[in-house]
Design a protein around this ligand. Structure first.
Ligand code: SF4
Length: 281
């Protein structure tokens, strides 16, 4: 049986990740000691590749105050940024402009007296950074990850934003429920274009193939959401980081395979998986 592999039109690195990687590669050429605080993106294979050219990922601050520090694409709180800029002579800000737009949105909402609902994961670095901007303005807020979380919100003047990589349909559900709750509701859709495009591709592709494989870091939130959407449309959906995780029985009697990848998955891993599947007898 011949096997067809269809790669989603929008798969892998997004604009914000490409920008962060380019800044890191450039820094590695012109600076001796380069660090990112935490992995620059949620993809261990790409983080290892960057380490091999001198961009180290560290969870603690380096002792060398002349080191170059890169702020990741997820962004950080203004307080943390100020601290880093005071402590280190060279700080490169690789925060994605879409994440910066969320920072601006929540600051504006807080200044205008809205109770801010952030649709997102409370432990995600992007959300933690966003909360820092709200707290800077003294804003009240709640981070919600399920429709039930909204039951505890009493405010009547509510502003709502999303973590940039949230599921669009879930965001719509939250907004609908808030419509019934709030007298004054301000919606700022901060889900980024890259997320929209990748999720739309899954809605088109997953129901029309025998097996759907989503490639990306296991700790990458946007990859996990692509997988969840895919799984809801096609029970034969799988989330892998590399080709080594594909057992042959997934592909037995299968004639079409859809491939997609999170925004932090490099092209070389997508190609590797595609070539592997196409090389199978
Ligand atoms: S997924 Fe969106 S917000 Fe995140 S880095 Fe990519 S473009 Fe920026």
């Amino acid at each position: 049986m011949s096997r067809k592999v269809i790669v989603a039109d929008n798969a892998g690195f997004c604009y914000g990740v490409k920008r962060a990687i380019t800044l890191a590669e450039r820094a590695s050429k012109s600076h001796k000691s380069v660090y990112t605080l935490g992995p620059i993106i949620h993809n261990p294979q790409e983080v290892n590749r960057l380490a091999s050219i001198g961009v180290k990922s560290s969870d603690i601050l380096p002792e060398d105050k002349n080191a170059t520090l890169i702020i990741r694409s997820h962004g950080i709180s203004p307080e943390d940024e100020l601290f880093l800029r005071n402590a280190f002579s060279n700080v490169i800000d690789a925060t994605c402009p879409y994440v910066k737009a969320v920072h601006e949105a929540v600051s504006t909402l807080a200044k205008e007296g809205y109770f801010v609902v952030i649709v997102g994961e409370k432990d995600h670095p992007e959300v933690k950074g966003t909360v820092g901007y709200l707290e800077q303005e003294g804003g009240e807020y709640a981070i919600i990850n399920s429709i039930e979380d909204l039951d505890n919100i009493e405010a009547s003047k509510i502003g709502v934003v999303a973590q940039t990589t949230q599921n669009e349909h879930f965001f719509e559900g939250v907004v609908l429920k808030l419509l019934r709750k709030a007298k004054d509701l301000r919606v700022i859709n901060t889900i980024c274009n890259a997320t929209n495009e990748r999720q739309s591709d899954i809605y088109r592709l997953a129901p029309n193939v025998d097996v759907m494989i989503i490639i990306g870091g296991k700790s990458s939130g946007n990859t996990r959401r692509l997988y969840e959407i895919s799984k809801s449309l096609n029970p034969h959906s799988y989330h892998i980081e590399t080709k080594e995780e594909i057992p042959l029985d997934w592909l037995e009697n299968v004639s079409s395979i859809g491939l997609s990848a999170g925004a932090s998955t490099p092209d070389w891993i997508i190609e590797d998986v595609k070539n592997f599947i196409e090389s199978l007898p």
